[in-house]
Design a protein around this ligand. Sequence first.
Ligand SMILES: Nc1ncnc2c1ncn2[C@@H]1O[C@H](COP(=O)(O)OP(=O)(O)OP(=O)(O)O)[C@@H](O)[C@H]1O
Ligand SMILES: Nc1nc2c(c(=O)[nH]1)N[C@H]1C(S)=C(S)[C@@H](COP(=O)(O)O)O[C@H]1N2
Length: 225
Amino acid sequence: MSDEHSHDDTDHEHGDHHQPGTHDHHSHDRDELGVAVLTVSSSRTLDDDAGGDRIVDAMETAGHEVTTRDLVPDDYDKVQATVQRFVDRGDVDIVITTGGTGVTPDDVTVEAIDPLLAKELPGFGELFRRRSYEEIGTMVVATRATAGVADGVPVFAIPGSENAAALGAELIVSSAGHLAGLAGRDDEHDHEDDGGHDHESDGAHGQGGEHTHDHGDDAGNHHDH
Ligand SMILES: Nc1ncnc2c1ncn2[C@@H]1O[C@H](COP(=O)(O)OP(=O)(O)OP(=O)(O)O)[C@@H](O)[C@H]1O
Ligand SMILES: Nc1nc2c(c(=O)[nH]1)N[C@H]1C(S)=C(S)[C@@H](COP(=O)(O)O)O[C@H]1N2
């Protein structure tokens, strides 16, 4: 509870913020984030993962710590279970996936993540495609890059190519501290059905480690959006 700012309009317990900003709205911004990076690819390995490497480099350059990194094939259940496992970790403040956002039949990253998201952040995909348009023109329609909040943890899904990963990482670096600070606050929302994520103050979180979303057999979408 080292928050130097007194928020007399709220009664939050979520402390341990790094260097709260001077503006009240930014007082929950977080400077150093624990980042989980998941590469989704059926053709790459972690030794041949230029896109994932770009994300790791960008996050570390920005002063964040990549606390876990993994690679899974384009498999709905593996993607979903791994992202949920990352979200449940006490040392993860944001999750970034790279790959599988396209339109080929095997691209299921967006479908796999969607049921985990209590809130969508459509502005991320909009911004990503707007910036990508400058790079690849109308080919931007081939990516469904997206973001949202799962149990208080921002999750970003960006394409697998190196350029796309670099652009996505740049956008995430400039917004993630603010997003993670806001999304992780436990004073403004109750997380209705998804337990509530109280990162840093409770390493085990509210869900006992393993994910409790029964995503079923590729059925997915039982969260109303
Ligand atoms: N991890 C990665 N690092 C660098 N480039 C990648 C990576 N993953 C995919 N790419 C490239 O991104 C482009 C988009 O390809 P595609 O949509 O098939 O990728 P994907 O579905 O994300 O991954 P994959 O085909 O490996 O399962 C291709 O040129 C591919 O070589
Ligand atoms: N900025 C940017 N966006 C990009 C690309 C890129 O090189 N740069 N690659 C595109 C390509 S080639 C594909 S197939 C889609 C989906 O990629 P994914 O299946 O690897 O997620 O992202 C697109 N978005």
